[in-house]
Design a protein around this ligand. Sequence first.
Ligand code: 5GP
Ligand code: MN
Length: 327
Amino acid sequence: MTKRATIEELARWLAAQDDVALFGHVSPDGDAAGSCLGLWHALRALGKRAVVCLPEGVPKLYTWLPGADAVVPTGEPLPFEPKAALAVDVSEHARLGEAGMAAFERCPARAALDHHGTNEGFGQLTALDAGAAATGEMAVELIEAMGLTLDRAMAECLFVAISTDCGQFSYTNTRPQTMEAAAKCVAAGIDVEAVTARLYRTRSRGRTLLLGLVLAGLEVSADGRMAWARLSEAMLAQAGALPEDNEGIVNYLLEIEGVEFAVLANERGSQTKLSLRSRATMDVAATVAVPLGGGGHPCAAGVTLDLPMEEALAKALALARKALGAE
Ligand code: 5GP
Ligand code: MN
């Protein structure tokens, strides 16, 4: 059984560990990669050995983060045998991935730091703040609770974690503490213009072409409250894009005037990963993701189903229709 911990308790636990492995979730996003790396810099500043494990390594969008070149793709050999494991931004044990679950369980001491409301906790200790906009917001607190001041490398990683998970301080999850944590990152000397240009004002040609292909196939329900689209493996090949280039496309569907629920079906071999988004009027995690076996946040959730795209879409759309009272 996992014990619920405060940030201070987790800070005491982490400060007492050595040889720490930090684990992010499958399809790592800015929060997973940035929070893991921010904490990696902090542990090293405390004189500890640490390593970050991310499934399939660092996504291309984040390879410029300081420390990214030391990240080990989860499951590959580590530079040392970790004695402690911290799952970072991982909403459930299974989101560590197959290799991640095995590597995490091999560590004698295990804890989790997360902000997903659907997380039931795992490891021996779980610090969970469902009100935090990003795990990065909690990581700033954790680093301070360990007696450190943010340096520029930590701050750059954590600013990326925070700003990507709250839609550049625009989603409903943005709260005073989100801004305060980001302000500490800015105070540590990061170049906000350069960081945000890399994140939000630069995209590869493949990602741009993929956006066009996906949006060309967009569908909207008769009353205009639901929008959906498909991202097939053929489209990835045609655009010369990477699987991670799907990130952000679902928002274009949700941003259509009148749309309250949006879903992007991502083909992954014989499986389909659904990216689910909603406006504040609907809890998409509770009404669609969790009933299908997934999870996430009220306005951004996901699930992977052992179904082809059309069948997976049909399931999500039926649940959403019910939640919207649009049957
Ligand atoms: P995305 O659509 O960006 O991949 O995911 C949106 C949110 O849903 C993220 O916060 C992510 O952690 C969560 N999420 C995505 N897929 C799954 C899943 O299969 N299970 C759970 N529990 N959460 C997921
Ligand atoms: Mn997150």
